[in-house]
Write a protein that binds this ligand. Structure first.
Ligand code: GDG
Length: 493
């Protein structure tokens, strides 16, 4: 049996009962912005919010997040709340307001110039800045106040997301020790050797150990975390039971591989809007006699986009018979553009696309079509459905949801997934063509293999991949975490 929205709702009814379910993250699931036609509501390109929204729809409750849209205040009530999803509200979104200085220090600074490069082993050097760290602590306090205000004197399960809020559970529990908290770390946890360069590693580890439950995508990240704690803090670690005890509290550290809403993606992908989009795209780019490849990413230096383009370059150079016959769509929007490394990445990707297209283009054929904008879900699904192959080439990635979205959208069972070994997803999706994105020659060969794969083998692999994602879907992820959380409730009693 695979988990569904309904079975998760049943579980929530039984285990969460009348306690308040509060989810907390930096990124909000719906962003309101001013546009020429009034206020627009959009869904951000973020793996975390895409994954958590269906869970919140099933559980109800409150989601506390930074209100980052310029029209967010205009639509929120006096308690900074709005009911979402806007078309059919199922839960409340409580927005936390940050100043420009807080956004700089907490979000761009400590979260994304220190913790992000620290946890992703891609040889980008983290920047540790005392002022950013001070603001990070202050903003964690602001989030704690919003959560405490939402809870009041009710009993609550609090589900904290990611690396922006490493100190949150301790801050909440200092005021309300009755609450039960779980935190999910959406990015990799590196080895102790790597983490030890962080000047505030003890505070971060201590903050995370304020949780009753701490989740990572894969067992390997859990082990890295336990070893980092072992080398850094005075505490008792039970490696077999995967727990850390410190100062009277115990934290269970457990893997929960995140996933996607397989059924909903499949339904949307088979729907009229996506089919119309597919026809438009095919007509607009003249794809009827072409092999189509696709890559979808938030533009981030961890996603291996340059390596992917270099592999395509190598592929066209080595196998000129495919010039004029393969079109690769690189889709996705720029992110964190105020950070220097991201500006450099944007420029590098622009240059590579331009160079490769100049080298090979002929007539009205170009090898790479770069759509550098935020796409709405329908065209995104249409590109994925049209693709003969999808490339996910992260240099290091906690999970990578694009891989699972591509599989879920393959309602006709076609398409080959080329997947980096350095993603969490590679541990489950072993029927993909697994690559090392740094090995450009091997990568180029995988592109050829994907294109030339006999239809029957492609279908067989895709069928197995679909089975895995269908079984381990997003509701299964949430059910695993909620079931564990509920055990703490009984233990505390
Ligand atoms: C973090 C971890 C982990 C991309 N462009 C557009 C768009 N997207 C969507 C994709 C996908 C999401 O953004 C990206 O998800 P990922 O999982 O690939 O990556 P991160 O954002 O880095 O997420 C990651 C994840 O958290 C969950 O735990 O898997 O390892 O780094 O859903 O489809 N969506 C829309 N327009 C775009 O242009 N609508």
């Amino acid at each position: 049996m695979s988990w569904t929205k309904e079975s998760l709702q049943e579980l929530v009814k039984a285990k969460v009962a009348d306690r308040l379910f509060v989810s907390v993250s930096n990124r909000e699931p719906y962003i309101h912005t001013f546009s020429n036609d009034g206020i627009r509501c959009s869904v951000p390109a973020s793996g975390l919010t895409v994954a958590l929204d269906p869970v919140m729809r099933a559980c109800g409750g409150v989601w506390v997040a930074w209100g980052s849209g310029d029209a967010d205040r205009a639509v929120a009530d006096e308690r900074s709340r709005i009911e979402v999803p806007p078309e059919a509200p199922q839960y409340s979104l409580r927005r936390v307001w940050l100043t420009k200085e807080e956004e700089d220090g907490y979000y761009l600074g400590f979260s994304n110039e220190a913790l992000w490069p620290l946890c992703h082993v891609v040889y980008a050097r983290p920047t540790f800045n005392q002022a950013d760290w001070d603001i990070y602590k202050r903003v964690n306090q602001l989030f704690a106040e919003a959560v405490l205000d939402e809870i009041g004197d009710r009993e609550a399960f609090i589900f904290i997301q990611d690396y922006h809020l490493a100190l949150l559970s301790r801050l909440i529990k200092a005021k309300n020790p009755k609450v039960i908290t779980a935190q999910f770390w959406h990015i990799p946890w590196p080895s102790a050797e790597i983490f030890r360069i962080c000047p505030w590693q003890e505070e971060i580890l201590d903050g995370l150990l304020g949780n009753d439950l701490l989740g990572f995508h894969v067992a390997y990240h859990c082990r890295n975390f336990l070893e980092t704690v072992d080398r850094t803090l005075e505490c008792k670690i039970d490696y077999e039971g995967s727990t850390v005890s410190r100062g009277g509290g115990t934290t269970l550290v457990h893997p929960f591989p995140i996933s996607v809403d397989f059924e909903r993606i499949g339904q949307d992908a088979a729907g009229g809007e996506v089919i119309r989009e597919m026809q438009n795209i095919q007509r607009r780019w003249g794809l009827s006699d072409k092999f189509v490849g696709v890559g979808v990413d938030r533009l981030d230096y961890t996603k291996g986009i340059s390596e992917r383009l270099k592999a395509l370059d190598k592929f066209f150079a080595k196998y000129p018979e495919y010039q004029g016959r393969v079109v690769f769509f690189q889709l996705g929007e720029p992110s964190r553009i105020h950070i220097k490394k991201y500006k450099e990445l944007n420029a590098e990707v622009d240059d590579l696309v331009e160079e490769i297209n100049w080298k090979y283009q002929s007539g009205n054929w170009k090898p790479i079509i770069y759509v550098r904008e935020h796409l709405s879900p329908a065209p995104l699904l249409a590109f994925q459905r049209l693709a003969d192959f999808c490339v996910v080439s992260s240099l290091h990635d906690g999970m990578n949801l694009v891989a699972k979205e591509f599989i879920s959208s393959s309602v006709d069972g076609k398409g080959v997934l080329i997947l980096s070994r350095f993603t969490g997803a590679a541990r489950e999706l072993t029927d993909a063509l697994l690559i090392n994105p740094y090995a450009i020659d091997e990568f180029a060969e995988a592109i050829k293999e994907a294109i030339e794969m006999p239809e029957e083998e492609g279908q067989r692999r895709m069928a197995r991949l679909r089975e895995i994602v269908q079984q381990n879907n997003i509701y299964c992820w949430a059910a695993g975490i909620i079931s564990e959380l509920a055990k703490f409730e009984f233990a505390k009693g």
